[in-house]
Ligand binder design. Structure first.
Ligand code: S3P
Length: 181
C-alpha cells in the first residue's frame, strides 16, 4: 500500500532526455488502456508550435511555467488513472517534486550518458543540447538532476539492455504492488 489516500493513481515517467519515457509510456498505455499524456506534446499542441520554438521565442523560463502549470492541471484531472510522460526538466522546479509524488507512482527511467548522447544526437528537437559540446552539457545536467529524479521517484529503473516491453512488464509488476491493484 502506498499509504497516501490523496494520491492519484497515475503512472508517471520521469528521467533525462532520451531515456525512453515516451516509448515506455506508449507501451504502458497499450497494456493498461489508460490514456497516455505526453506533456511536451500537449504543450506543443496547445501552443501550436514546437518546444524548440517556445525556447527560442519565449525562453526556457516560459516553457518551465507552461510545464509546471500542466503538471498542476493533471493533479485535478477528472481522469485519475493516466500514463504521464514528463519532459526531462520537470524536476528542476522544486515545487514540482511534491506535485509529481501526489500524481501517482513515479518511475525514474535511467540511461547512461553515452546512450543518451547517442539517442538525442539523432534529432535536433532538444534545445538544451544544441550546443558546441553536447557531451559536456549532458554530463552537467545529469549531475545537477540526478538527486532531483531520485527525490521525486518511487522506483528507479536502469534501462540498459531492456526493450520497452520488458521495461513495461517490470514497471507494471511494481505498480501493482504499490497500488495493490
Ligand atoms: C527538456 C526535455 C525535453 C523537453 C525540453 C526540455 C529538459 O523533453 O521538455 O526540450 O530540460 O530536459 P524530453 O525529456 O521528452 O526530451
Amino acid at each position: 500500500m502506498n499509504g497516501n489516500t490523496n494520491m492519484r493513481q497515475n503512472i508517471v515517467l520521469i528521467g533525462f532526455m532520451g531515456c525512453g519515457k515516451t516509448t515506455v509510456g506508449r507501451e504502458l498505455h497499450l497494456r493498461l488502456g489508460y490514456p497516455f499524456v505526453d506533456m511536451d506534446q500537449v504543450i506543443e499542441q496547445r501552443q501550436g508550435r514546437s518546444v524548440s520554438e517556445i525556447f527560442a521565442l519565449d525562453g526556457e523560463a516560459a516553457f518551465r511555467e507552461m510545464e509546471s502549470a500542466l503538471l498542476r492541471e493533471l493533479l485535478v484531472s477528472p481522469l485519475p488513472r493516466q500514463i504521464i510522460s514528463t519532459g526531462g526538466g520537470i524536476v528542476t522546479r522544486p515545487e514540482n517534486i511534491q506535485v509529481l509524488r501526489c500524481l501517482g507512482y513515479v518511475v525514474w527511467l535511467q540511461a547512461s550518458s553515452s546512450v543518451i548522447l547517442d539517442r538525442t544526437s539523432k534529432t535536433r528537437t532538444r534545445p538544451l543540447l544544441q550546443t558546441e559540446n553536447p557531451s559536456e552539457r549532458v554530463a552537467a545536467l545529469l549531475t545537477e538532476r540526478e538527486p532531483l529524479y531520485r527525490a521525486a521517484s518511487h522506483l528507479n529503473v536502469e534501462t540498459y539492455g531492456l526493450d520497452c516491453k520488458e521495461l513495461a512488464t517490470g514497471i507494471l509488476e511494481s505498480a501493482r504492488y504499490f497500488f495493490s491493484f
